[in-house]
Ligand binder design. Structure first.
Ligand code: SAH
Ligand code: SF4
Length: 389
């Protein structure tokens, strides 16, 4: 029996190769891609500008398996969270955040996460597996094609009708995107492709806890916006709460961030010239979670200023989002504002992230999905984590 290729796993260049491999013109890839990603059509028979023989061939050799969501939760603030099963054992979550003039989709890249950051619900779940390209891009496909557009339009405060429901994608859902590197890069290329979603590279953000070698690879392969989960200004503290720091300490991470934002050279990616030279918006966003009594003291802010010196960056302070038995508390509003002021007084751009979807456990770090058959032991109990800091 022929194993059918899921076309949702392929970027346009891979689809062209697939079509050539079955004796068709690679040029057809553009048409097929538009049908799938722009029109949301998954039935080859409905792809009316393809020849009948190609449609028949595709029915025989290919499939388009899109995810279906199991349940949808709706926050009072308009945020939507979808849980969708990726196989019999695991479900992952994506979150859609409507705001004035834009819609941001927060996408998962793994079922669980192996990195065990102390303050993260996903890390507590353990790791099961990497998501396939189809499971990553499927989250965007689903958001674009399957939820009632009217609701999204209603969420636009200025009443405008968006041409795209999703204008921004952040890989900040479950998992560490740079440890599922190849699949994430292929999925991101589909997001950027004009024959698919056509998002600009500035509107697609990869968030990483700091996998240094793959930050360098991303810069070469697909230089989109980069967010780095810094969370502590020195190695002792960071290694406690972000254990991957033991492997890639802060000094190495800062050097990688400098290389990432180095605009002295243009880059060629898949035949597309990326215009990086002289771009004023090339900066790294440092994410910094505000944990009461852990990393939120004023001297931490001062240390942060010196440790990030020389890196084109801005800061996004994230109020900690609590979850059951986390062992941490959110810093007070006053502390967060004081911390922000110290950074701003030093000439840095520092924003405070508005927490969205908290009532549906859809805020940063609250996504847990359902991860079964974990391959890493559960993280230490909340008690042990908090007492070791
Ligand atoms: N693994 C990647 C992306 C997913 S986590 C990373 O770590 O960057 C997305 C963001 O949510 C990260 O900045 C992460 O540190 C943050 N986060 C994790 N748990 C959180 C929590 N409980 N409250 C607030 N932010 C959290
Ligand atoms: Fe993984 Fe990111 Fe959570 Fe850390 S914060 S455990 S890297 S998902």
């Amino acid at each position: 029996m022929t194993v059918k290729t899921n076309l949702l796993d392929l970027d346009r260049f891979q689809l062209a190769e697939f079509l050539e491999g079955i004796g068709e013109s690679s040029f057809r890839a553009q048409q097929v891609f538009k049908w799938i990603h722009q029109r949301g059509i998954v039935d080859f028979g409905a792809m009316t500008d393809l020849s009948r023989s190609l449609r028949e061939k595709l029915c025989e050799l290919a499939k388009i398996n899109v995810p279906a969501f199991e349940c949808e939760s709706r926050s009072d603030d308009g945020t939507l969270k979808w849980l969708f099963p990726v196989d019999n054992a695991n479900s992952v979550e994506s979150v859609f955040i409507p705001e004035k003039g834009r819609g941001t989709l927060c996408v998962s890249s793994q079922a669980g996460c192996a990195l065990e950051c102390a303050f993260c619900a996903t890390g507590r779940e353990g790791f099961n597996r990497n998501l396939k390209v189809s499971e990553i891009i499927g989250q965007l496909w689903l958001a674009q094609n399957r939820f009632p557009e009217t609701e999204c339009r209603g969420a636009r405060l200025d009443g405008s009708i968006p041409s795209r429901t999703v204008s921004n994608v952040v890989l900040m859902g479950m998992g560490e995107p740079l440890t599922n590197y190849d699949n994430v890069v292929h999925a991101v290329r589909i997001m950027l492709d004009d024959f698919a979603y056509g998002l600009s590279r500035r509107r697609v953000t990869v968030s990483t806890s700091g996998i240094v070698p793959n930050i360098d690879r991303l810069r070469e392969d697909c230089p989109v916006s980069l967010a780095v989960s810094l969370h502590a200004p020195n190695d002792d503290l960071r290694s406690e709460i972000v254990p991957i720091n033991k492997k890639y300490p802060i000094a190495e991470l800062m050097e990688a961030c400098k290389r990432y934002t180095d605009s002295s050279q243009g880059l060629v990616v898949s035949g597309v010239k990326w215009q990086r030279r002289g771009s004023p918006r090339d900066f790294v966003t440092f994410e910094y979670i505000m944990l009461a009594g852990v990393n939120d003291q004023l001297e931490h802010a001062q240390e942060l200023i010196s440790v990030t010196r020389g890196v084109p960056c801005k800061f996004n302070l994230i109020p900690f989002n609590p979850f059951f038995e986390s062992g941490f508390n959110r810093s007070s509003e006053k502390t967060i504002r004081q911390f922000q002021k110290i950074l701003m007084d030093a000439g840095l751009v520092a924003t405070v992230r508005k927490t969205r979807g908290e009532d549906i456990a859809g805020a940063c770090g609250q996504l847990a999905g359902q991860v079964k058959d974990r391959r890493t032991p559960r993280a230490k109990s909340a008690q042990v984590v908090s007492s070791s800091i």
